[in-house]
Ligand binder design. Structure first.
Ligand SMILES: *[C@@H]1O[C@H](CO)[C@@H](O)[C@H](O)[C@H]1NC(C)=O
Ligand SMILES: *[C@@H]1O[C@H](CO)[C@@H](O)[C@H](O)[C@H]1NC(C)=O
Ligand SMILES: *[C@@H]1O[C@H](CO)[C@@H](O)[C@H](O)[C@H]1NC(C)=O
Ligand SMILES: *[C@@H]1O[C@H](CO)[C@@H](O)[C@H](O)[C@H]1NC(C)=O
Ligand SMILES: *[C@@H]1O[C@H](CO)[C@@H](O)[C@H](O)[C@H]1NC(C)=O
Ligand SMILES: *[C@@H]1O[C@H](CO)[C@@H](O)[C@H](O)[C@H]1NC(C)=O
Ligand SMILES: *[C@@H]1O[C@H](CO)[C@@H](O)[C@H](O)[C@H]1NC(C)=O
Length: 441
């Protein structure tokens, strides 16, 4: 019976990705999470506001579906004395998490919860190590659809003596080949990170979740430790590749740079997660466009992290960009866009303030081309088709501007005056005739 249930809910075989029912986790998750907007200061109202705003602002129609509760939702001091279950904080969630879940489900949306693979969450609330089955069963009973599982407060007997697998400019082969020889010097060459205690901590919760009679997307918030990119897709649907992003341009650039080196590991059922969106939290509109465009292009989960009740229309429009969302959610092409050249720096330069500037990726409707300007001032940037993978020099293609939706007709290259920190983007479709080189501002 149990075996039949497992077979019905999820398929895991060694080396293959975690495949959940109804295609859950095949594509990057789209939703909202409380942390970047409210941190620990949460109440049910914020989640219901986000859910209603999904509908009013057209975000639900655009594909956003998860309303996710982050840290601080439970009773800080105790589990239930007799059942050992986590208890909701009834000041913050008067009808319990189940009550909030029901209200979110009534709107046709899904709900996520948070815990840590340690004794306490990052904010010091009871967490799940040793309680994985009890917690997974509790969440399933409440109607939870998504778990963000953090990496704080790991007991000493669960740590690893070697755990790093970090790309940098000194290890170009790692970057090119997607291998992991740049360990912290303590792991032997060729070390299999899936045998680490870290990987095991996250697998225990995976198995507890798939034993439930409910599909729960599993999002690893494991900070990039223990070469998670090498075992992430067999364990969860997405994995955080680093620590926490913050609402600064500097942080966005650093995460963009680092994640650009993990893209070989991304495909259907497994997404490297450079952390949640900071759109709406003080970035300029140019920075918001770059942040959203590159996160969508890297097939990152797209979790909005701002107060949707006060978000201005320009930022809402960025979050709803139909070309970028369609690229991120393409049912046919699972691979992300990647840099086809760096630009200011030589190719494969690891530089936290000057990430790769020239990007392209395949999609059902053609090739997405993004040109990013890391400088403060406006720069003219050009995409020569001879340089772009899958396109050919001397050939004309039909191109559409992803920000204006304007059909540019048949072009034999692309050029734009890109404002400081902004990103220009086009969807380059079928070959065609006529017209000349297009220059647009
Ligand atoms: C519940 O949340 C409130 C803040 O809304 C806090 O003051 C209180 O200490 C919390 N209770 C527990 C048991 O964690
Ligand atoms: C750490 O200790 C706990 C409690 O004794 C035990 O259940 C767990 O298996 C240990 N972890 C490892 C990696 O040995
Ligand atoms: C990648 O791996 C291949 C074969 O393992 C090796 O020959 C090559 O030097 C590595 N580095 C690069 C940059 O391709
Ligand atoms: C699983 O849940 C569904 C409804 O969500 C129910 O129809 C089914 O009987 C349950 N299966 C088991 C084994 O409990
Ligand atoms: C899962 O990741 C591994 C390692 O990167 C890769 O070889 C495999 O193709 C991935 N599976 C899928 C379904 O993408
Ligand atoms: C392709 O274009 C169709 C029609 O506009 C649209 O519905 C679909 O989402 C697009 N897919 C991609 C991956 O761009
Ligand atoms: C990053 O790249 C910029 C532009 O080339 C350069 O000025 C800067 O020194 C680089 N930073 C580091 C830490 O190498």
């Amino acid at each position: 019976m149990l075996l039949r249930l497992l077979a019905d809910l999820a398929l895991i075989t060694s080396g293959a990705a975690l495949v959940l029912k109804d295609s859950v986790g095949k594509l990057p998750a789209l939703g909202w999470n409380s942390w970047n907007a409210y941190h620990c200061d949460i109440t049910e109202d914020q989640f219901l506001t986000a859910a209603h705003k999904f509908i009013e602002l057209g975000l639900k129609d655009a594909g956003y579906e998860y309303v996710n509760i982050d840290d601080c939702w439970s009773d800080k001091d105790n589990r239930d004395e007799s059942t050992s279950r986590l208890l909701p904080n009834l000041t913050r969630f008067p009808d319990g998490i189940k009550g909030t879940a029901d209200k979110v489900h009534e709107l046709g949306l899904k709900i996520g919860i948070y815990s840590s693979a340690g004794t306490q969450t990052c904010a010091g609330y009871p967490a799940s190590i040793g309680y994985e089955s009890i917690d997974a069963a509790t969440w399933a009973e409440w109607g939870i659809d998504y778990l963000k599982y953090d990496n704080c407060n790991v007991p000493s007997n669960w740590t690893d003596s070697c755990k790093d697998c970090v790309p940098d400019s000194m290890h170009r082969d790692d970057l090119v080949n997607g291998t992991c020889t740049n360990t912290d010097g303590l792991c032997p060459p060729g070390y299999d990170f899936s045998t680490s205690n870290t990987a095991e901590r996250f697998r225990i919760m995976r198995d507890a979740l798939i034993a439930q009679n409910r599909t729960i997307l599993y999002s690893l918030c494991e900070w990039g430790d223990a070469g998670v990119q090498t075992w992430g897709n067999t364990t969860g649907s997405s994995w955080r590749m680093s620590g926490d992003i913050d609402a600064t341009w500097k942080s966005v650039l650093a995460y963009l740079n680092q994640n650009s080196f993990y893209l070989n590991y991304v495909d259907f059922w497994g997404h490297s997660d450079p952390d949640m969106l900071e759109v709406g939290n003080g970035l300029t509109i140019q920075e918001a466009r770059t942040h959203f465009a590159l996160w969508a292009a890297m097939k990152s989960p797209l979790l909005i992290g701002t107060d949707l009740a006060t978000l201005d229309q320009d930022n809402v429009d960025v979050l709803k960009n139909k070309y970028l969302l369609a690229f991120n959610q393409d049912e046919v092409y699972g691979k992300p866009a990647t840099p086809y050249k760096w630009g200011t720096n030589p190719d494969w330069t690891f530089n936290a303030s000057f990430p790769a500037e020239y990007w392209s990726g395949a999609s059902s409707n053609g090739t997405l081309v993004l040109l990013f300007n890391p400088f403060e001032d406006t720069r003219t940037k050009t995409a020569s088709f001879a340089e772009v993978p899958r396109l050919e020099g001397g050939v004309k293609y039909r191109a559409t501007d992803i920000w204006t939706g304007k059909d540019l007709g048949c072009v034999d290259g692309l050029q734009a005056a890109v404002e400081g920190h902004d990103t220009a983007g086009w969807l380059v479709g079928e070959e065609c005739e006529a017209s000349t080189f297009v220059s647009e501002v």
